[in-house]
Design a protein around this ligand. Structure first.
Ligand code: NAD
Ligand code: DAU
Length: 355
């Protein structure tokens, strides 16, 4: 079996759901169920004996030691993280606790476990760390896309904490020989994404008749990847990646934020005729330290592991909009309570006051 951390969140849940479509290998899912974790994402697995859910912290050494001793996973896939840049600006401490200290703890316990394995199991063991393209910093308009050799230059507390964890992963391979793999992926979108990130926030606000808050001039560029394609890339890395290596993953879909929002308004209007969602677009104060452009050069994973995304931005966005329209109960559940406090903190006071 494999141990997957943070699999009640957006990408981790998609990964586990896709995993069971592709394979029969059981999964132990260790997730703290923070505001971003939602067991409802995995409701279809409630009676599936292949999925074992454990609520807990990757930073809890005793718990992680116990899980590795009991289940003897052949691999660990580490999704668990604080993942939202804006939240890292308001409150960086949790990002250091989970992304840096928690990842360190997981690595350190994994190393001890791996060292004690019999030869064949030790040879086969893998630690896959799921990271981000944000560790590379911000590109100018004419700069080449990020490759695996681009120097790290993180700009937000979030990206700095992910960069720190990547460095620890590298060090655990280099120093101890732990068979690590790291993936650095661009912006994901798709079903089950918490509506604090650009695309689901815009869908949810559009349908609710609320403003669509575009930071700054809306000209920042992101390289969008459908979440299912990220999951297939991670399976490819786990299966065939070379220990100690890093793999960049991206959708070859660089788009300015304002264009993303206009496209979304068009797709939504096709599904909900008679509404002009562009009327709701509102420019608001920029994110502090806002990275201008991300772009991924995914040639290494394409050549070494024969991976390529299946969705284009058009097909992926259409699937995503359809999912949110068909899952209004999910949206209602995750946007009640604590969520409203975040929206008022980020959009109604301080950092993102209307420009
Ligand atoms: P998410 O915020 O939706 O989910 C994170 C999950 O981790 C949640 O279920 C949460 O409960 C859990 N978690 C948080 N702290 C924990 C802890 N201390 N112990 C155990 N579980 C904990 O995040 P996501 O968007 O699914 O991202 C998953 C991973 O992929 C992150 O490591 C992120 O940095 C990385 N990533 C995300 C994107 C993206 O566009 N969303 C792109 C590239 C990489
Ligand atoms: O690049 C990978 C990263 O992508 C992941 O590592 C992060 O976990 C993930 O959150 C994402 O980071 P971004 O900051 O790029 O994603 P976000 O959806 O927050 O914002 C995308 C762009 O949209 C960014 O330029 C900021 C802008 N934006 C975002 C929000 C939430 C707005 O203009 N308005 C908004 O309300």
């Amino acid at each position: 079996m494999i141990l997957v951390t943070g699999a009640a969140g957006f990408i981790g849940a998609n990964f586990v759901l896709d995993w069971f479509v592709e394979r029969d290998e059981p999964v132990v899912n260790l997730d703290l169920l923070t505001y971003a974790g939602n067991l409802g994402n995995l409701a279809s697995l409630r009676d599936d004996p292949r999925h074992v859910f454990v609520r807990g912290d990757i930073g809890d050494r005793t718990l992680v030691e116990g899980l590795l001793g009991r289940y003897r996973p052949r691999a660990i896939v580490n999704f668990a993280a604080e993942s939202h840049v804006d939240r890292s600006i308001h409150g960086p401490a949790e990002f250091i606790a989970t992304n840096v200290v928690g990842s360190f703890n997981l690595l350190d316990v994994a190393k001890a476990h791996w060292l004690a394995l019999p030869d064949a199991e030790r040879e086969a063991f893998r630690f896959l760390h799921v990271s981000t393209d944000e560790v590379y910093g911000s590109l100018g308009p004419g700069d080449p896309a990020f490759s695996e050799t681009t120097p790290y230059a993180p700009n937000s507390p979030y990206s700095a904490s992910k960069a720190a964890s990547d460095h620890l992963v590298r060090a655990y391979h280099h120093t101890y020989g732990l068979p690590t793999l790291t993936s650095n992926c661009s912006n994901n979108y798709g079903p089950l994404q918490f509506p604090e990130k650009l695309i689901p926030l815009m869908i949810v606000n559009a349908l609710a008749g609320k403003p669509l808050p575009v930071y700054g001039d809306g000209q920042n560029v992101r390289d969008w990847l459908y979440v299912g394609d990220h999951c297939s890339a991670l399976r490819a890395v786990l299966d065939g990646g070379r220990p100690g290596e890093t793999y960049n993953v991206g959708g070859n879909a660089e788009i300015r934020n304002l264009d993303v929002v206009h496209t979304l308004c068009r797709v939504l209007a096709e599904c909900v005729p008679g509404r002009d969602f562009t009327q709701q677009i509102a420019f608001v104060k920029d994110r502090p330290g806002h990275d201008r452009r991300y772009a991924i050069d995914a040639s290494k994973i394409r050549h070494e592991l024969a991976w390529a995304p299946r969705e284009t931005f058009a097909t992926g966005l259409a699937r995503t909009v359809r999912w949110y329209l068909d899952h209004r109960a999910w949206v209602d559940a995750v946007t009640s309570g604590e969520y409203q406090k975040w929206i008022s903190l980020n959009y109604e006071a301080g950092a993102s006051d209307p420009a």
